[in-house]
Each structure stands twice: as C-alpha cells, then as structure tokens.
Design a protein. Structure first.
Length: 81
C-alpha cells in the first residue's frame, strides 16, 4: 500500500518514498507531535511500526486505504495480501 501511495501521490509538491509515507501514516494514527529540529525543519516524535499491535497495524492499513480513496490511489490486490 505504501509503495502504491508513494508512486501515485504528490504531497505538497514533493514525491515521498514508502518510508516517508510510513512516517506520515503512523504519525496520523498515533496523533504524534512535531517539534522544531536542531538544524531547521521538524522532527516527529513517534512510534515505530514494529512496536504496534496487530490491531494498530489494522487501523494503520484502514487509514491508508481511506487516504488512498480520497487521493485517487488505485491499489492492486497485492497491496492487501
């Protein structure tokens, strides 16, 4: 799912890779905070997906699916395998 979102969605004029999108979605799911970075930009204070429960991973996939629907992402059947 992340790969397909990365290929199909421009985010505020930028193409993000799958890892970047993983951070975007986990941040949204966990309602994470962002703080100013040491050298500019922002740092998201968050949770690793490896620390998530099966239920949380299911919620994360639902969030990605809903986002994809509102941004015209066409998911292949393999995305849900």
């Amino acid at each position: 799912m992340l790969g397909e979102i990365a290929r199909q969605v421009d985010w505020y004029g930028q193409k993000l890779d799958s890892e970047d999108w993983k951070h975007v979605f986990t941040s949204a799911l966990k309602k994470q905070r962002a703080v100013p970075g040491i050298d500019g930009g922002f740092c998201v204070l968050g949770t690793s997906t490896s620390d998530m429960t099966v239920e949380e991973m299911g919620e994360l996939m639902e969030l990605m699916e809903a986002f994809g629907a509102t941004h015209n992402v066409e998911f292949s059947d393999a995305a849900f395998a």
